[in-house]
Write a protein that binds this ligand. Structure first.
Ligand SMILES: [Zn+2]
Ligand SMILES: [Zn+2]
Length: 150
């Protein structure tokens, strides 16, 4: 296996009680401007990256099970302590969505090897609350499956 395939990413909720690891390259990495991300994360948009089920694992102790919130198409796993959402599992594919903002950082506050997982586009840009002046492609809805706005 190459170094990229064996690379382990670690992330956690805001208080650090619930943590996870993701192995290898994400299936895709984007900035999401959907209203669900805006409302559940209280964010203008979020950095989200998807991993196949085999690449994702929880790394916290069994005594701190996350709160499971089933929203139909996806399941949110929230920390019982700080209530932030640590990961989301997509119901149909079983893939895990994690948030780039939660990944491990170096002593300067920078996400470790951000270049390797940096978002490559903006999705659900149709429901954005802020314009983003970068060179990445911007999709009205899903990537590659909706109108490209920029
Ligand atoms: Zn927490
Ligand atoms: Zn979203």
């Amino acid at each position: 296996m190459s170094a990229q395939e064996t690379e382990i990413r670690k992330g956690s909720c805001a208080c650090g009680s619930v943590s996870y690891a993701a192995q290898g390259k994400p299936l895709f990495s984007v900035y999401c401007h959907c209203t669900q991300c805006q409302r559940s994360d209280g964010a203008t948009f979020v950095s989200t990256m998807h991993y196949p089920p085999s690449a994702f694992s929880w790394t916290y102790g069994a005594e701190i099970e996350p709160l499971v919130e089933n929203l139909g198409g996806f399941v949110l796993y929230r920390c019982q302590s700080c209530r932030s959402c640590a990961a989301t599992q997509i119901a149909d594919s079983g893939n895990w969505a994690i948030r780039g903002m939660q990944l491990e950082r170096d002593e300067n506050g920078k996400i470790i090897n951000w270049e390797g997982v940096k978002p490559t586009g903006h999705i659900f840009y149709g429901t954005r609350v802020v314009d983003v002046a970068d060179d990445l492609p911007k999709w009205e809805g899903h990537q590659g499956n909706s109108t490209k706005l920029a």
